[in-house]
Design a protein around this ligand. Structure first.
Ligand code: GSH
Length: 204
């Protein structure tokens, strides 16, 4: 008999939150396995030592967005449309997330949210200031793309919303005023109200 899929990594990480939230949303049977970056549990599943990783009965996968796609496929692609153009648009957001969005918010998240959480010293505000310029550009694009829309692609939530939305997990701690981006603000409330996000909120 097959064992539940293991999603490996510290749930406090927004990258780990992505597949956890998707697994909850899809009602998949899974096990959340705690592992910090670089420790032996994660290295056994992902040579890079980065979290998250997944182990489905010996099939190992890393990269949060690739794991989400795999999970969606297992559950019949409810969050990953089969129609080619809709899927292409979801993919566009998944690539944007990795190439532009995550690199824009992550330095701010690290300095202002992660460092205090892990007692790693004072935030480097010069680094935050530099990162803010990049963040504002990407957030401006996201805000414009959400104009008149409820979800990023189509009429319901997709992996695009899970990938991009997870990036705002620590928005308040990062000192990001979402009110400056009204469309992001309204969409973020919808994303965070999804069951998968409620069940994976830090501290839940
Ligand atoms: N692109 C990867 C990024 C994974 C990643 O960098 N995870 C962080 C934690 S959020 C990590 O493990 N950092 C430790 C390291 O880079 O060695 C993904 O989406 O899964």
């Amino acid at each position: 008999m097959a064992n539940p899929i293991k999603i490996i990594g510290a749930p406090l990480s927004q990258n780990v939150r992505k597949p956890l939230a998707v697994a909850h949303h899809l009602g998949l049977e899974f096990e959340s396995v705690m592992a910090a970056p670089g420790d032996d549990t994660i290295k056994a599943a992902n040579a890079s030592g980065r979290i998250p990783a997944m182990d489905d009965n010996g099939f190992r996968l890393c990269e949060s967005n690739a794991i989400m796609i795999y999970l969606a496929g297992k559950a019949g692609n409810a969050l990953y449309p089969d129609e080619p153009q809709a899927r292409a648009l979801v993919n566009q957001w998944l690539f944007w997330d990795v190439a532009h969005w995550t690199p824009a918010y992550q330095p701010i998240q690290f300095e202002r949210a992660i460092k205090p959480m892990l007692n790693m010293g004072e935030p480097d505000e010069a680094a935050v200031e530099a990162a803010m310029i990049r963040f504002q550009r990407e957030a401006g694009l996201l805000n414009a793309a959400l104009d008149g829309k409820v979800w990023l692609v189509g009429d319901g939530p997709t992996l695009a919303d899970f990938a991009v939305g997870a990036g705002l997990t620590y928005a308040a701690g990062m000192g990001i005023r979402l009110g400056d981006y009204p469309n992001i603000n309204a969409w973020n409330e919808r994303v965070m109200a999804l069951d998968g996000f409620k069940k994976t909120a830090p501290g839940s």
